[in-house]
Design a protein around this ligand. Structure first.
Ligand code: THU
Length: 164
């Protein structure tokens, strides 16, 4: 028997410690919460992607009376960016959420399906996506990549292996 311990590094910055570009990205994610369509959960999520050319693409959650038909903020942003700018690698993603009259006191981290989609983005562009998760205490939790948030993930490497 052997044991494998998996560790994930998260660096916690204060908003003020972030670079100007990171601040812009976080601000954009916060701003994007205001256009969320979340009449059911009332949990407004904003996502902001930084593309290689410096452009920022935002998205927000779009809910539906048929609940599973809705989509999270992160995937709304990613699919839009990939549809409009397929040549632009995605460098970073900031996430913020507004609930019950204020930004959340806890960070908002991407759900499992969004993680899977972001993992695909990393393999598609062969480049890590930094994940910045904001809370109203002005803390920014940073993961260096989606891979690091998804140990033992299923990805395109599964198709690269030879049958033994
Ligand atoms: N949601 C997101 O948009 N992103 C996340 O990272 C977590 C959850 C949305 C889905 C749903 O509209 C609402 O938040 C409550 O789950």
């Amino acid at each position: 028997m052997k044991q494998i311990n998996l560790t994930t590094k998260i660096t916690v910055y204060s908003y003020d410690e972030c670079t100007d570009v990171e601040k812009k990205l976080i601000d954009a994610a916060k701003e994007a919460t205001s256009n969320a369509y979340a009449p059911y959960s009332k949990f407004n999520v904003g996502a902001a992607l930084l593309l290689e050319n410096g452009q920022i693409i935002t998205g927000n959650n779009q809910e539906n009376a048929a609940y599973p038909s809705g989509l999270c903020a992160e995937r709304t942003a990613v699919f839009y960016a990939n549809a409009q700018y397929p040549e632009q690698k995605v460098e970073a993603l900031a996430i913020a959420a507004f609930y019950d009259g204020d930004f959340t006191s806890d960070l908002t981290s991407p759900c499992g399906s969004c993680r899977q989609v972001l993992l695909e983005v990393e393999s598609r562009y062969e480049s890590d996506v930094r994940i910045l998760m904001y809370n109203r205490k002005n803390e920014v939790f940073v993961a260096d990549s989606m891979r690091s948030l998804m140990p033992l993930s299923f990805g395109k490497q599964a198709f690269d292996q030879k049958n033994q």
